[in-house]
Design a protein around this ligand. Structure first.
Ligand code: ADP
Ligand code: GLC
Length: 477
């Protein structure tokens, strides 16, 4: 049986800031179902929430620091999770990356260097856990030092590094290299040094046996200067070991037929019941209960997500017969501008600045159209959830959005393959045009219903992608 150590900085429902947590909470379950013995390792943050018991397993010492390994399970699943418990690093309020005030942790490099070192000890079976993985599967920069450190070990497991977002690289001043006491052999321009600074992500990109990213289109994009942020050369050089595997979704958690968080259950045969969820949502958000389409957006409010394009469109958009609901948090200037606009249009907008899992499900069930005008999007999950809930996505043609949404054109509408609206340029004009196209199709009830059904019938479960990961592991040992 393939033994896989899955290294991640967040996993739903234990702790989540974005899509990485969704993937880390669902892919390991799918791998286990596909026959792998998979175990997660992640830091024990103060904010971790679980209904499962947590047991002490062992204590490991690295770089003069002791960390306890605690064992639990992914809630509701059999998959084992090892929590790296080192209170002096992780036992503080806040999320994995920022403190309660939203400022990046000052000792971010130290936190994740310690985490990586412990993961290496566990990977080499020096963590007193009596288990040796054949594959160590790392995710994003927080685990980037693992492939680098493992490269120095004899008889090491094979390593896979998955890029969920090239925009976050874990770059720290040169001095961090010395204070973290990292092996000197790794410090060179072909290693973890990047323009004289320490780069965690390079530890993964330069040393992992295989690199993956979360969609085929993004795998190509990151080899260009626009999306590679200075690492496009290295990625092109490693092109022969780089592949794109599209994310799946947790099809149990995101299913309009069983979702315990929504008002009325529905599927393709009972699609008219979606209307009841819409009315309930309008009531909850104090919006007029009428039949204009509801546009929704759920997102981290950051540049990546094209929030500036939305802001530019808003005056024109809100002059049309529609309602716009938003759930998000992030950059303070976006939060402020959005709040200001909402005040001017109380009958057409309901903006919730915050993070709310239940509301996210209610949005998917009750809205008609989902907006995702991302400037770049490695995969994106909400366009997948939206299709499953019959909430037609409007997306920009980039990364995973380009791979998962079929534009509604005469031909694709004719052969029932269309699932949404796709626009190309990162401009408010192009977004506005897509919004208008959506409004026209929305007014043609039969065509709209078919668009919803085509999206709902797509299989975005992990089945296919988990098999692709299994095939990749197979190549390695
Ligand atoms: P990213 O990881 O770049 O943020 P994804 O689309 O991959 O983008 O995943 C985002 C995940 O986080 C989705 O599950 C989405 O529903 C969730 N999410 C984002 N913002 C919020 C929020 N404010 N409240 C609830 N869920 C949110
Ligand atoms: C990142 C990306 C997002 C992707 C997620 C999970 O946060 O921004 O596009 O869906 O990781 O892979």
């Amino acid at each position: 049986m393939k033994k896989i150590l899955f290294v991640t900085s967040e996993a739903h429902p234990l702790i989540k800031t974005g899509g990485l947590a969704d993937v880390s909470g669902s892919l390991p379950k799918a791998l286990a179902e596909a026959g792998a013995d998979v175990r997660l390792i992640m830091p024990k943050y103060q904010a971790i929430k679980t209904t499962e018991e947590i047991y002490y397993k062992s204590t490991v010492r690295v770089n003069e620091t002791d960390a306890n390994i605690l064992e639990t399970r992914l809630p509701g699943a059999q998959v084992l999770v090892w929590l790296v418990d080192c209170p002096e690093y992780f036992n503080f309020p806040g999320n994995p990356y920022v403190d309660e005030q939203g400022n990046a942790w000052e000792n971010s490099a130290g936190r994740f260097a310690l985490f990586c070192r412990i993961a290496v000890e566990v990977a080499m079976d020096r963590g007193y856990l009596d288990w040796t993985p054949g594959i160590v599967h790392c995710n994003d920069w927080q685990s980037g030092l693992v492939p680098a450190l493992l490269s120095l070990e004899a008889n090491r497991p094979a390593t896979v590094f998955t890029i969920h977002n090239m925009a976050y690289q874990g770059i720290f001043p040169r001095s961090a290299q010395a204070s973290l006491n990292l092996p000197k052999e790794l410090w060179n321009p072909d290693g973890i040094e990047f323009n004289g600074m320490l780069s965690f992500i390079k530890g993964g990109l330069a040393y992992a046996d295989r690199i993956t990213t979360v969609s085929p289109t993004y795998a190509g994009e990151i080899q260009t200067a626009e999306f590679g942020y200075g690492l496009e050369g290295l990625l092109s050089y490693r092109n022969d070991v780089l592949t794109g595997i599209i994310n799946g979704i947790d099809a149990d958690q995101w299913d309009p037929l069983t979702d315990p968080q929504i008002d009325e259950h529905y599927n393709v045969s009972t699609l008219s019941k979606k209307q009841l969820n819409k009315a309930a949502l309008q009531k909850k958000l104090s919006l007029p209960i009428d039949d204009v389409p509801i546009f929704a957006l759920i997102s981290r409010l950051v540049e990546q997500k094209g929030i500036d394009l939305i802001l530019e469109c808003l005056p024109e958009m809100l002059s049309l017969p529609l309602q716009f609901i938003l759930l998000g948090r992030g950059d303070k200037h976006f939060e402020q501008q959005l709040t200001d606009v909402a005040k001017t249009y109380p009958d057409k907008t309901a903006f919730t600045i915050g993070y709310d899992e239940t509301l996210a499900h209610l949005f998917e069930a009750g809205a008609d159209i989902f907006l995702m005008p991302s400037r770049f999007e490695p995969c994106g999950l909400n366009q997948l959830y939206s299709q499953r809930y019959g909430t037609v996505p409007i997306v920009r043609k980039t990364g995973g959005l380009a791979d998962t949404v079929v534009d509604a054109l005469p031909e694709t509408l004719g052969n029932n393959t269309a699932t949404g609206f796709v626009f190309k340029d990162a401009t408010s004009g192009a977004l506005m045009e897509a919004i208008k196209r959506a409004l026209i199709v929305y007014s043609q009830a039969k065509t709209w219903k078919q668009l919803q059904i085509s999206g709902m019938q797509k299989d975005y479960s992990w089945n296919k992608s988990a098999k692709e990961y299994m095939a990749l592991y197979e190549q390695l040992n």
